[in-house]
Design a protein around this ligand. Structure first.
Ligand code: AMP
Length: 281
């Protein structure tokens, strides 16, 4: 595996494979790799000839400077893990390489960027995500890019960018990888204190309660959301949001009937903000 730091180096490394007709898979990450990331890298390895993993903690998508400063970073360990999972190239540009002096362009996606994560983290969050993903897709020009269902709203935003800007890439979404207690893996989990790590299961419990109530026949999203909140409250966790929305538009739903519905949840557990989701269909 090669580690590359500039766009020129990345383009030069991909020129040969592209001309030879080899397929290129891109797995964008912010590092601190865990099984969730590695499952995407393995999936890329299984279907693409060249696998590029990007490692860039994107300052533009952090509203909170403390969150950015506290974000875990371990490039050496990430290199070992990405290599073992099958990456051919680890692309780790500097902030100056991605946002050179005078950088002035932002990609914003209306409507789906506004609710839930957009409302909690502010409008800059998904603008930061959409801008950096557009840039990474232009830098590597992959045939396929891989993202995790754990960040469901991010997936919806990226699908919209690709569609609206005619970016020639296929988006593949990998299932959420979880710890044995059901907590979704996240780079932020390492920052949870032991007691908070135990309480972090509350997000999964909330989603499970909604699923069980739905399976028992309840169709009213307000009641389903209240059941989910109550299950979380038993562990002393109050969600920032727990909402039932349409999976592509992120618009609230009035009832859970014929179409699949996404249940999205976010909560602060101790000092750490966690998200998770489930699909009812
Ligand atoms: P991040 O480094 O948090 O920006 O995540 C990089 C990619 O890994 C994103 O597409 C995430 O959705 C995905 N990802 C993060 N956590 C998980 C998980 N537990 N299971 C599957 N994919 C994940």
């Amino acid at each position: 595996m090669k580690t590359l730091r500039t766009v020129d180096e990345l383009r030069a490394a991909l020129n040969g494979p592209r001309r030879a007709g080899h397929s290129i898979g891109l797995v964008p990450t912010m590092g601190a790799l865990h099984e969730g990331h590695l499952s995407l890298i393995r999936r890329a390895r299984a279907s693409c000839d060249q696998v590029v993993v990007t490692l860039f903690v994107n300052p533009a998508q952090f509203g909170d400077p403390d969150d950015l400063a506290a974000y875990p970073r371990d490039e050496a360990q990430d290199g070992v893990l990405a290599d073992a999972a099958g990456a051919d190239i680890l692309f780790t540009p500097s902030a100056g390489e991605v946002y050179p002096l005078g950088f002035a362009t932002t990609v914003t996606v209306d409507e789906i960027s506004a609710p839930l994560e957009g409302a909690q983290r502010g409008p800059a969050h998904f603008a930061g995500v959409a801008t950096v993903v557009t840039k990474l897709l232009n830098m590597a020009q992959p045939d396929v890019a891989f993202f995790g269902q754990k960040d469901a709203q991010q997936v919806a935003v990226i699908r919209r960018v690709v569609r609206d800007l005619d970016i020639p890439v296929r988006i593949e979404v990998g299932e959420t990888i979880r710890d044995s207690d059901g907590v979704a893996l996240s780079s932020r989990n390492v920052r949870l204190r032991a007691a908070d790590r135990r309480r972090a299961v509350a997000l999964r419990r909330g989603l499970d309660a909604v699923r069980a109530c739905h399976a028992a026949g309840e169709r009213d999203p307000t009641i389903l959301a209240a059941i989910g909140r109550a299950a979380m409250a038993e562990l002393g966790v109050e969600p920032e949001y727990l909402e039932l929305v349409a999976p592509e538009s992120f618009a609230p739903v009035n009832s859970v009937r014929d179409e699949p519905v996404l249940v999205a949840v976010a909560a602060r557990v101790g000092d750490v903000r966690l998200i998770d989701n489930d699909i009812l269909d």
